[in-house]
Design a protein around this ligand. Structure first.
Ligand SMILES: C[S@@+](CC[C@H](N)C(=O)[O-])C[C@H]1O[C@@H](n2cnc3c(N)ncnc32)[C@H](O)[C@@H]1O
Ligand code: SF4
Length: 442
């Protein structure tokens, strides 16, 4: 398809990661060779990589060089001469400004191909199986949790997400990646909050849908009069929304009863501010796949590291002889232990430990056959020497950051493990986030 498209100024969407000095330069024509996972075109121009904002693989564009760095250049697309057949019109009207999504201009298959190839590139130093498999679900309406900022200054009020290239708040009327129940709750809450005096007293609103229903955590930046709180709670409850107030001192929200969701038929109680997997559909599929890949039996003793309130530990406990689950946050450890007890899993115990620090003896001497780890973005490097000494036959690594997974997997490979399976999990369609699962075996 050959289409000339003059693009409006998109200078607020420059890739942040590759800064260089601003230059003035003539307009150049590029044919885009590949893309970053953030959705920027990449071309090798006179021996140097150039990131071309607003351009997709296979597109021919006229672009202006905007920055010249020692290693990379940056350019911004002015006109498309040839348009990729995978380009589509973003369905959200806020896409150009909102920092929440990066890939809505690509069709969903192209997004998933990009994420899969990006993973392959991150893991290029590892010997990989031929195929990277995929877990994928709904492309919109998948987020069961989201945090939106509230802004009020002078006469201006807004509520929404941060902008793509600044800290400004983009006023969001409707967000299509939220599950339908949260889209409705957001619309209702937004008009209630923006129309009253509360707008000047809130920093953000966190929305949540779980098996107990819709909830929101309202983070106060100033005291809210009790009468205003009572009025909002009454209105929210009549709209099916449970309200939690976080005080200006940012202390943890006090709750009468925990929230809960179901995984693998088991009830996971959690505190409304604690981590849960954001995409319920992919979480179910992810846990199911983890159980299948690890093929846990009654003969296994499994270590579940970075376990939260037991998202993997409880399903593991259903299948294994014994499970030892480790988590840094003590209140989550207590919740996890109570979750295991409520599920009748006497074989599953939770331990509080910071896995970046030297491990407690109990952990150092654990006799395990298999391990599952699901660390935060920083990965699990500090714990890997201990993990290797524990000699699990199989290690299943769930990751939200492919570069730390690549680093950690390299360490495990150097210590006798082999990569057996890799999966790209599209937990956050329309965004540049990529989650991965990797199975390593001795
Ligand atoms: C990506 S979440 C995964 C939680 C859980 N596996 C799940 O699927 O819900 C990472 C977890 O690691 C915990 N964590 C973060 N840093 C840690 C550390 N240094 N030591 C132990 N746990 C940590 C967090 O509190 C969080 O619960
Ligand atoms: S996060 Fe929501 S509002 Fe922002 S671009 Fe994505 S769908 Fe639109």
């Amino acid at each position: 398809m050959n289409r000339d498209v003059i693009l409006k100024n998109r200078s607020n969407r420059r890739p942040k990661a590759h800064q260089g000095k601003p230059i003035s330069s003539p307009i150049r024509t590029f044919t885009i060779e590949s893309m970053t996972h953030e959705g920027h075109g990449v071309v090798r121009d006179q021996g140097k990589v150039t990131f071309v904002e607003g351009a997709m693989t296979g597109e021919q564009v006229e672009a202006r060089l905007t920055k010249e760095g020692r290693q990379f250049n940056q350019a911004t697309t002015l006109k498309r001469i040839h348009t990729s057949p995978s380009r589509r019109t973003p369905s959200c009207k806020h896409f150009e400004q909102c920092g929440g999504c990066q890939l809505q201009h690509m069709d969903i298959d192209a997004q998933r191909d990009l994420k899969t190839e990006w993973l392959r590139n991150q893991f290029r130093k590892l010997e990989l199986p031929e195929q990277i498999t995929r877990l994928q679900g709904e492309e919109f309406g998948y987020r069961r949790r989201a945090r939106l900022s509230v802004f009020a200054k002078n006469q201006q009020v807004s509520m929404g997400f941060r902008a793509k290239a600044s800290n400004a708040i983009v006023d969001i009327e409707q967000c299509q990646v939220l599950v339908p129940a949260l889209q409705k709750a957001y619309a209702d809450l937004r008009s209630y909050i923006l129309q009253g005096s509360l707008v000047a007293k809130l920093g953000h609103v966190e929305l949540l849908l779980d098996n107990a229903g819709v909830a929101c955590v309202l983070r106060q930046t100033r005291d809210v009069p009790e009468a205003d709180k009572a009025q909002l709670v009454e209105w929210a409850n009549s709209n099916g929304i449970e309200v939690y107030w976080q005080l200006p001192d940012q202390s943890k929200v006090q709750v009468d009863a925990p929230r809960h969701y179901l995984v693998d038929g088991l009830k996971v109680n959690f505190h409304p501010q604690d981590f849960i997997q954001v995409n319920a559909q992919i979480n179910d599929a992810m846990v199911e796949q983890a159980m299948a890949w690890l093929n846990v039996t009654q003969d296994d003793v499994v270590l579940d590291l970075f376990c939260g309130a037991g998202n993997f530990s409880l399903p593991l406990g259903k299948r294994a002889g014994q499970v030892l689950a480790v988590e840094a946050i003590e209140s989550m450890v207590e919740m996890g232990q109570a979750n295991a007890a409520a599920a009748g899993l006497g074989n599953t115990s939770f331990l509080a430990a910071d896995l970046t620090l030297p491990p407690p003896n109990h952990l150092k001497k654990a006799k395990i056959t298999k391990a599952l780890l699901d660390p935060p973005r920083a990965g699990a490097l500090e714990f890997l020497p201990t993990l290797v000494r524990l000699k699990p036959k199989q290690i299943l690594y769930v990751s939200c950051n492919a570069s730390t997974l690549a680093r950690d997997a390299q360490y495990l490979v150097e210590n006798g493990y082999r990569v057996m399976n890799v999966c790209m999990m599209d937990m956050f369609p329309q965004t540049s986030h990529v989650e991965a699962m990797m199975l390593l075996q001795k």
